[in-house]
Ligand binder design. Structure first.
Ligand SMILES: [Zn+2]
Length: 208
């Protein structure tokens, strides 16, 4: 399902070709459910790239691989920075946009945002997607859980190392909230995108 762009949403769609701040997208790929498209959002934690197929969101991650350039700005408005392909806005883009606005916005708006559909593509079965789905479902905004407790929730007591690996492999930042998984002694533990990003996200969620 696709929607025409609503100008009132303040969405910047299809950046002009001459725009020199353009993000270079890689070649489009395929999911068993259809073509995978890409979009880039401006957010308070920097630019986030999302990939999605007709079935749901595949990936959401910071464009930067580490936190060396991490300079969060809470005044940055969540908006579509750039999209590839057609001038029509896909419903997954709109639902992700709403969700991100709620995540970074006022607590009162948070419960109103519906969780976008996720698609794990050809990784839809096995232990990792079970961990991702359990985490997304059971560990809400402003809370944390230890690797060990998450392993128990997934029916695998003693599987905290495998949970740690699942977190490293997490394809969908924020919506699969791997930043909420910390060590049992309270230390924040590893984060693939850099510890300062994880620390900032945890602080952001404490200031709810
Ligand atoms: Zn898919």
């Amino acid at each position: 399902m696709k929607h025409r762009l609503a100008l009132t949403q303040g969405v910047v769609w299809m950046m002009p070709k001459e725009h020199n701040n353009k993000v270079k997208f890689e070649k489009a790929s395929q999911c068993k459910n259809g073509t995978v498209s890409r979009v880039c959002f401006s957010t308070p934690m920097g630019d986030l790239e999302m990939k999605f197929c007709p079935s749901g969101i595949h990936t959401l991650h910071r464009l930067s691989k580490d936190d060396s350039d991490f300079s969060p700005d809470i005044w940055t408005k969540v908006s579509v920075k750039q999209a590839e392909g057609s001038s029509e806005v896909h419903s997954h883009v709109l639902s992700c946009l709403d969700w991100l606005k709620a995540f970074f916005g006022q607590p009162s708006s948070r419960s109103l945002a519906e969780k976008p559909s996720l698609c794990f593509g050809n990784r839809a079965s096995g232990f990792y997607p079970l961990v991702w789905e359990t985490l997304a479902r059971e560990v809400p905004f402003g809370t944390t859980i230890s690797y060990g407790k998450l392993a128990i929730l997934c029916g695998s007591p003693g599987g905290s190392r495998a949970v740690g690996t699942a977190m490293r492999e997490n394809p969908i930042l924020l919506m699969v909230p791997c930043h909420r998984v910390i060590k049992s002694d309270g230390q924040i533990g590893h984060f693939s995108g850099g510890k300062s990003v994880k620390q900032w996200l945890l602080s952001h969620e404490q200031n709810k």
